[in-house]
Design a protein. Structure first.
Length: 646
């Protein structure tokens, strides 16, 4: 799956928008109308695939891709058509369209249908369509599908296809029975133990060649020019608008503070909070008995415990809160009693309540002066957020109207800044002391995420509280190799290391060859005159194998007993030579934990394989034909025309 698909899941559209635009699964049908039902004349465009009786056209594929990229850009994902195609987006879109069409055709052939009530339930249970009360909200539903640019009927079709896919593909893949004899060898792998020894032949241990002349260095430099390339650099113009940009200008006036105080009269009025312990008993007689015990001094907790019940504690609640949590009758009784008093039985939900008032806290009213600091902070924050949002909207409108970076700066009264020619890592290669500036990281990422030929400014978020930056590319410096004269010492050092590594590799090969004759490692090194780290013994279980164990340990578990091999070290500092002396197989048949873990892992693998196998069988059943020529033409057209403006 494409990396930007995963990052898009963090955007603000809600679960359903993520589903619609992230997966590119059945929604492609809804957006592109693969079946052609909405057009009696059939789908338009060149046919890229035929699935049963359905035809998938290049127009439909383009619509899906255009909608995805457009929506992703709206949510801050700077995706170009080139990036989308380079990461396999076209093949993914076509394959998912084919899969969904095949499942629909198979459902039609076999009479498998998704009832409307199933779709209704799925829509009602989708969090993105629910209001603050957790229930389905029609207005919220309308807003979300409008933002996703999909009709209600198309959405219903999509949910039906998604459920059909679950029924057809997930159910056949759900079996997880694994015979113990099949699982045991895999479960025993962590117990396998290997012993032996290894050494490392470092490039520093090799005899260095003579000092290279200019001709030799020039030849090496030209052959390895790519290693000395400076990546593409960009000069970025930008202006930062941090979260506190308007803080000093957003201080509320006295009139605003007074108005906020008046509107929050209930909030700053005198109030009383109580901690109340409540026991609810089904029948009134039992509640009368419990109340009598409580009034006699027995704790509510002990009374409840004796009856196998659990009391409920309302901690520091006001009367309104208690009313919502219980009832007006319970709240009135509880707030009429003195501290330590027992109330009840009182009619309550589920029976009769016995209440004990444990604490009473009287909170005096706050005057305007006492509430001033709190209100000032709240109003400042609110005005700051509003000002940031208004400025951002103004800049977005300006970008939409084709304004240049300079025009945006002038209109917004922002002070632009400019970077040096920096790489995507935020480094200026011409400055040896250059380091990435963490504060500029979002700006750099945003500027390197757009087409290098683009003159359009972009807005990038720089914090979680609404701060943003406006950035534009001022100049692009194409990749180029550093002049050899400026890096002669580096080229010389690289050449010497390269020649030394050749010697070390030859020594590793000689050492392995000698050990295959039966010569122990230390003796073979002495015999051949090979310098290196003194041989070291190892005794490792596969279950204890970690990245920290090193490549020599990894190599050991790919070798038979009584064998030797060499491998280059990951840091390219030399070569490991490994000898495996013994292999001790494990037996996991009596280890329930290992057997269970292996069974689970194998079940996941085989389930995925069964799912794919069944899908391929469905495709063969309905008949699928891909038009590779049309797909190739579509790819070329997408690269040429890019994404449509929406």
């Amino acid at each position: 799956m494409l990396g930007f698909f995963r990052s898009f899941a963090k955007s603000r559209g809600g679960l359903i928008v993520v589903f619609l635009l992230l997966g590119l699964i059945a929604v492609a049908f809804a957006l592109g109308d693969v079946t052609g039902l909405s057009n009696p004349a059939g789908p338009k465009g060149a046919v890229v695939a035929t699935v049963g009786k359905q035809k998938i056209t290049d127009t439909q594929v383009r619509e899906v891709i255009d909608r995805f990229i457009t929506q992703a850009r709206r949510n801050g994902q700077n995706i170009t058509m080139e990036q989308f195609l380079a990461q396999g987006g076209l093949d993914l879109a076509v394959n998912e369209l084919i899969k969904s069409a095949a499942l629909e055709e198979f459902g039609n052939d076999t009479g498998i249908r998704v009832d409307n009530s199933v779709v209704d339930a799925q829509i009602a249970n989708t969090p993105a369509f629910q209001g603050v009360d957790g229930k389905f909200n029609q207005d919220q539903f309308n807003r979300v599908i409008a933002d996703a640019r999909i009709s209600a009927s198309a959405l219903r079709d999509d949910f039906a296809r998604e459920r059909l896919e679950t029924w057809l593909l997930d159910s056949p893949a759900s079996g997880n029975f694994m015979p113990a004899k099949f699982v045991a060898p895999y479960a025993a792998l962590p117990l396998q133990r290997r012993t032996g020894e290894f050494t490392m032949l470092r490039w520093q241990d090799a005899a260095f060649p003579g000092e290279p002349d200019d001709k030799t260095l020039a030849a090496y430099y030209n052959a390895n020019r790519a290693a000395y390339m400076i990546p593409q650099r960009r000069v970025i113009r930008y202006a930062m608008v941090p979260k506190d940009y308007f803080a000093t200008r957003a201080a509320p006036t006295e009139a605003e503070i007074a108005d906020a105080y008046r509107k929050s009269a209930d909030r700053f009025a005198a109030t009383e909070k109580r901690t109340i312990r409540q026991l609810v008993i089904l029948d009134q007689a039992g509640a009368n008995s419990a109340a009598a015990e409580a009034k006699a001094g027995k704790s509510i907790t002990d009374i409840a415990k004796a009856r196998g019940l659990e009391p409920r504690v309302f901690d520091a609640v006001d009367k309104a809160t208690l009313t919502k949590a219980s009832s007006a009758e319970v709240a009135n009784a509880a707030f009429a009693a003195a501290q330590g008093g027992v109330v009840g039985p009182v009619r309550a939900q589920g029976g009769y309540a016995v209440l004990q008032v444990e604490t009473v806290e009287k909170i005096p009213a706050k005057t305007l002066d006492q509430a001033r600091a709190e209100l000032t902070s709240e109003l400042t924050t609110a005005k700051t957020i509003q000002s940031l949002a208004a400025l951002r909207q103004s800049i977005e409108d300006g970008i939409g109207n084709g304004q240049t970076f300079d025009q945006l700066m002038q209109a917004a009264k922002l002070t632009p800044q400019q970077t040096a020619a920096i790489t995507a890592a935020g480094i200026n290669p011409d400055d040896p002391n250059s380091k990435p500036d963490p504060a500029l990281a979002p700006v750099v990422q945003g500027a390197f995420g757009i087409d290098p030929d683009s003159q359009d400014p972009v807005i990038v978020p720089i914090d979680q509280e609404g701060g943003f930056a406006v950035a534009a590319i001022s100049r692009v410096v194409q990749p180029a190799a550093r002049p050899m004269a400026s890096i002669r010492k580096q080229v010389r050092d690289d050449y010497l290391k390269s020649e030394a590594m050749k010697v070390v590799r030859a020594n590793a090969e000689k050492l392995v060859g000698e050990m295959k004759k039966g010569t122990p490692m230390a003796q073979a090194m002495a015999k051949l005159g090979i310098r290196g780290v003194p041989p070291k013994a190892f005794d490792v279980k596969f279950g204890d194998l970690t990245p920290q164990a090193g490549p020599q340990a990894q190599l050991a578990f790919s070798m038979p007993a009584k064998s030797a091999k060499w491998v280059q070290s990951p840091d390219r500092q030399g070569y490991f030579v490994v000898y495996v002396a013994t292999i001790q197989e494990g037996d996991a048949r009596g280890n329930a934990q290992l057997m269970a873990g292996a069974t689970t892992a194998l079940s996941r693998t085989t389930a995925a394989e069964r799912r794919e196998s069944f899908l391929e069988a469905i495709k063969r059943h309905v008949g699928v034909t891909r038009n590779e020529a049309a797909i190739g033409t579509l790819r070329a057209n997408l690269l040429q025309t890019g994404i449509a403006t929406r």
